[in-house]
Ligand binder design. Structure first.
Ligand code: IDP
Ligand code: MG
Length: 150
């Protein structure tokens, strides 16, 4: 049993298109616990640090501008294998290369508007959770948590 924390962010295209509920529902139904969540215009300094790894990529400026174009929903997600589970729920970076059942395939339009971000490994998760949620999240039990996790 490996209970992990990861960082998930619903991007501006999903917020604008009214897909927040559908996306969050998929995490809840899988048994992931949302420990913290906000709806906000992303802090430009946080976005710069978050996407620094992509700074040299041709899509970097467009990506940063897009992320700051409308509100995002940053979430601190916890659960068994939460990092891999979140990536699986999201699906392939390019919606066209995904499979039915994945958020990006089911709802996404193209690679530059792929609805959702999720940390891609333990180190990234620790960095991104600390960056977006320096205070950590609420400590509580979800209904059925004992059944799910024990
Ligand atoms: P990921 O979100 O699946 O982890 P990354 O390779 O880390 O994918 O890329 C980060 C984000 O940058 C993607 O989610 C997507 O929004 C954007 N991106 C990646 N590649 C491209 C591209 O070729 N064109 C436009 N945007 C891209
Ligand atoms: Mg990534």
């Amino acid at each position: 049993m490996a209970i992990e924390q990861t960082f998930v962010m619903i991007k501006p295209d999903a917020v604008s298109r009214g897909l927040v509920g559908d996306i969050i529902s998929r995490f809840e139904k899988k048994g992931m616990k949302i420990k913290a969540m906000r709806l906000e215009m992303a802090d430009p300094e946080v976005v710069a640090k978050h996407y620094e790894v992509h700074k040299e990529r041709p899509f970097y400026q467009g990506l940063v501008d897009f992320i700051q174009s409308a509100p995002v929903v940053p979430m601190l997600v916890e659960g068994e294998n939460a990092i891999a589970v979140s990536r699986a729920l999201m699906g392939a970076t390019n919606p066209a290369e995904g499979r039915p059942g994945e958020i990006r395939f089911d709802l996404g339009q193209h690679i530059g508007r792929n609805l959702i971000h999720g940390s891609d490994g333990p180190e990234t998760a620790a960095f991104e959770v600390g960056l977006w949620f320096p205070d950590g999240g609420a400590d509580y039990k979800v209904a059925g948590e004992q059944w799910l996790f024990e």
